[in-house]
Design a protein around this ligand. Structure first.
Ligand code: PLP
Length: 348
């Protein structure tokens, strides 16, 4: 088969569905929403959301109103919640597209009170990012929200004292709203403790195969793989530098392969001289700086002949998004949400 792109991004939708089932089992009685903001973390909300719906998901979170309107054209009956909430002049759009705002400020609550649509109240218990304060929440005790939600700052660090602080605030919240379902946990929170499940969990990253249990074996299935092809091989027999800034020196005779993936494709520039790829199942280092459209890898350690056109694994079985993120000094979320638009995309 002839294709025009050397690089293929494969998104395994059955793995997303399986990950939803794993989260449902983990959540026991709690309902499991799906967070599909930022185009389902870069994987494509239009493809991912229907698969989650078919796996049983009835509630979806996006960040912005635009994302919600786009998602509505894909999901007819499911509830779509907008994390950034309801702003002046937007009530009719929320009504027309049957969207549910997450109310973050007293002004947003005020706008909603005149609107007669369902809503979630977001209470800030320590993030200091979005949400009304506990004190502000008191005056809305009789308002009839679908859910009360809050967000944990340190769910990925089980022993962080912030978790206990937030739990104490959540206990107060429960007293204020004894009859309203509560939502606290993201992916990390879901695996941190069943005490955090309450009535609804809101996982994102775990659906997409990132590890929700730092330092432990990843219980989720791999969703993303990214494979490219060697564009050119250089045989080096005298000491030579590689790439911009001559930042890497090949000292011994060997082979350098050039691969058509660069920072314009989301292969972060911070991976220069730090990232790894896999060729014929063997891990090899990225050498020199990452260019806009290219990287160089050192293939001297590969046994047998390597040819131009041979496959290079960028993400997949040997290199996870979490591992690549670690090399770049970032998190798997950033690797996924930056995945480029030039790749051939294949959904399986
Ligand atoms: C993004 C987000 C989530 C999902 O978080 P993950 O860490 O990806 O599971 C849940 N709740 C809120 C408020 C979010 O912004």
């Amino acid at each position: 088969m002839t294709t025009t792109s050397d690089t293929t991004l494969t998104i395994d939708l059955s793995a997303v569905a399986e990950n939803y089932r794993i989260l449902t089992a983990q959540a026991k009685k709690a309902q499991v929403a799906a967070v599909v903001k930022a185009d389902a973390y870069g994987l494509g909300a239009a493809q991912v959301a229907p698969v989650l719906r078919d796996a049983g998901c009835g509630l979806f979170f996006v960040a912005t109103l635009d994302e919600a309107i786009a998602l509505r054209s894909v999901l007819t009956n499911e509830t779509i919640a907008v994390l950034h909430g309801l702003q002046t002049g937007q009530v009719e759009l929320f009504r027309t597209h049957k969207l549910m705002p997450v109310l973050n400020t007293p002004l947003q609550v005020h706008l909603w009170q005149e609107a007669d649509i369902p809503a979630i109240l977001h209470v800030d218990t320590g993030m200091n990012r979005l949400g009304v304060s506990l004190t502000e929440a008191e005056q809305y005790r009789k308002s009839g929200f679908r859910f009360i939600m809050t967000h944990l700052a340190c769910a990925d660090e089980p022993s962080h004292p912030k978790n206990q602080e937030q739990l104490a605030a959540i206990k107060q919240l429960q007293k204020l709203f004894p009859d309203t379902p509560i939502s606290v946990a993201n992916s990390y929170g879901t695996f941190l403790s069943s005490d955090l499940h309450y009535d609804l969990i809101r996982p994102g990253m775990a659906l997409y195969g990132l590890n929700p249990q730092p330092g432990k074996k990843n219980p989720m299935n791999t969703v993303v793989s990214l494979t490219s092809k060697i564009l050119q091989i250089h045989t080096v027999d005298s000491p030579q530098t590689v790439g911009y800034g001559a930042s890497y020196m090949v000292e011994r005779p060997g082979k350098i392969a050039t691969v058509p993936v660069g920072y314009a494709d989301g292969y972060l520039r911070a991976l220069g001289n730090r990232g790894t790829c896999a060729v014929k199942g063997k891990i090899v280092p990225v050498i020199g700086r990452v260019s806009m459209d290219l990287i160089s890898i050192d293939i001297r350690s590969i046994e047998g002949e390597v040819r131009e056109g041979d496959a290079v694994e960028i993400l997949g079985q040997h290199i996870t998004a979490d591992e690549l993120a670690e090399c770049a000094g970032t998190i798997g979320y950033e690797i996924l949400t930056r995945l480029g638009r030039r790749y051939r995309r294949v959904y399986i």
